[in-house]
Design a binder for this molecule. Sequence first.
Ligand code: NAD
Ligand code: UDP
Length: 311
Amino acid sequence: MRILVTGGAGFLGSHLCERLLKEGHEVICLDNYFTGFKRNIVHLMDNANFELMRHDVIDPFKAEVDQIYNLACPASPPHYQHNPIKTIKTSVMGAINSLGLAKRTGARVFQASTSEVYGDPHVHPQPEEYWGNVNPIGIRSCYDEGKRAAETLFYDYHRQNGVDIRIVRIFNTYGPRMNPDDGRVVSNFIVQALRGEDITIYGDGSQTRSFCYVDDLIEGFVRLMDQNEIVGPVNIGNPGEFTMLELAEQVLAKVGGPSKLTFHALPGDDPKQRQPDIGLAQEKLGWEPSVSLDNGLDLTIKYFRELLSKS
Ligand code: NAD
Ligand code: UDP
């Protein structure tokens, strides 16, 4: 197949491009490099099946393709809050342009949605049926509401125009090729520990997240995209739930060094807890994560150690 991946030069997109090329597909990677890097995909450039398109998803794009994975959107809070109007435009216009292309070509189209659609959840763990608890006017809303509107658009194109859609709700994912400067917790803690800097805990560190290793996530993407039974949304994430204090202690135990824990103000609307209910993915996709946080952190620390030694 010929497959378009928007946001293909980002953390998740680069792993997806690699996986699709390994399966023998042609891959077109579309990116504006807002938070992505050529260094994430440079090793794919020699592959004759790989093409790059510098483009912004808020403007329409054309390509004759069989599948579209729509991943373009900044994902870390500091980056998506940098220009919030651009963030919501990216989600909404990116969805409309991906869906428009899918409608014209008949391609199946996949949306990278997020556990953020559940907001600061009152139901725990979060099943797909939960409608969420999202502040529509807070500092995270440009991302959360943009992703919710994108899900709405996907379902309306599906119902109104018969577009063949798939939607995944991604829970916090980590691994090699995370951007060391994008402010997400796993990359922050590892980079701080490797540099011997203090670890920045926001709030008292009792808030929880459930961390999925990138290879497990990409396996879930492909399983959802390549089956015909369900369209989603489907939660893909690792149900292992940790407080930020526990995460910091695990990272410090692995990296060693002089870093100490420091406590800082909790950002606005920061969800207190998050854990996926993955029953649907287990039942319909035969998917569940296989990499523990312990093993995944080792692989991620190794990546950042090498990256930092080069800079
Ligand atoms: P990332 O920031 O590394 O990748 C996003 C990519 O999209 C980057 O390459 C960036 O340059 C590109 N991009 C941003 N705006 C664009 C635009 N207007 N036009 C074209 N390209 C644009 O983030 P990621 O972690 O790889 O996330 C990928 C997708 O998965 C995002 O849609 C994100 O919302 C979603 N997601 C990720 C996580 C996670 O934990 N990593 C969790 C939930 C959802
Ligand atoms: N966080 C933290 N220190 C950091 C970065 C993040 O304590 O240096 C916290 C943040 O407040 C949140 C959790 O870690 O409670 C996960 O943050 P991240 O930005 O990785 O993801 P999200 O909040 O979008 O789930």
